[in-house]
Design a binder for this molecule. Structure first.
Ligand SMILES: [Zn+2]
Length: 264
């Protein structure tokens, strides 16, 4: 219980922080369901609503293990201001992407299989399925290094490569996405992996294929992914997470826990 309350004084500055971290913890666990898990690697972050810095998942935890108390607050120089636990070495990804993109409030870096395989190529991501239409700019490939982004200079360099895009591939390593809110960050991460999977499978098939024209994709982005739909998809993924976690709890308790909704 000590760990549970160790962040409480700084988290509880207002409900916005607490609610934000609750959602961000769930976003980690949702991504685990969608192929983003890689041992204890991968981390997402939230800009502090009180401008104190960035809330970053603490190290040495798998995505499916992250709860609302598992975040540390760092400033934009990487100093730990609150919370306990290990600071991920790649913290500059978060500070520099958020510094470069004031409209973004959430950043995610993970190593999902298909997006990571795609990062080993120089291919342009095509909107072959609906998921690809999320991205208004084909996610660029960051080529400077395949190693950790563990300095401010590399973080800045990565932010420059990302530019105005929603996502960026890290060469032979993984991917990053940004979002204005937790829903956009989570959907971007899920859709990037799905779009890469579709393109890789099609390429493997040897079948002739094509993507719709740009004007149609620009229209699709508005018809398929308005805020209303983003909310619906976020709710869906949360219900899916609840079903999985409740089933797991029931299994562990020998069926003693009744099946009821947790989210909302
Ligand atoms: Zn990484």
């Amino acid at each position: 219980m000590e760990r549970l309350f160790s962040n409480a004084p700084i988290m509880a500055k207002n409900d916005e922080v607490r609610r934000g971290l609750w959602d961000l913890a769930r976003a980690h666990r949702i991504m685990e369901l969608e192929g983003h898990n890689d041992m204890s690697l991968g981390h997402c972050s939230m800009r502090d609503p009180w401008d104190r810095g960035v809330w970053l998942k603490r190290g040495n935890l798998g995505l499916e293990e992250v709860q609302e108390e598992d975040f540390i607050l760092i400033d934009f120089e990487g100093n730990v201001l609150g919370g306990s636990g290990v600071r991920h070495l790649e913290w500059p990804i978060h500070t520099e992407l958020l510094r470069a993109r004031p409209e973004a409030n959430f950043v995610c870096h993970t190593h999902p299989l298909y997006a990571t395989l795609f990062s080993a190529t120089r291919e342009k991501l095509l909107p072959l399925t609906n998921e690809g239409a999320w991205f208004s700019i084909p996610p660029p490939h960051y080529l400077t290094t395949s190693d950790l982004i563990d300095t401010v200079e590399l973080g800045r360099d990565l932010a420059k490569c990302l530019g105005k895009a929603e996502a960026v591939f890290l060469r032979n390593h993984g991917m990053c996405v940004v979002g204005a809110d937790v829903k956009q960050m989570t959907l971007a991460a899920i859709f990037l992996e799905k779009a890469c999977r579709a393109q890789i499978i099609l390429a493997q098939s040897g079948l002739k294929h094509s993507a719709p024209p740009k004007a149609e994709i620009d229209k699709k982005r508005k018809t398929i992914y308005p805020v209303r739909a983003q909310n619906n998809f976020w709710d869906y993924y949360n219900r899916r997470l609840d079903r999985k976690e409740r089933a797991e709890e029931r299994r562990l308790s020998g069926g003693a826990i009744p099946d009821r909704g947790e989210y909302r």
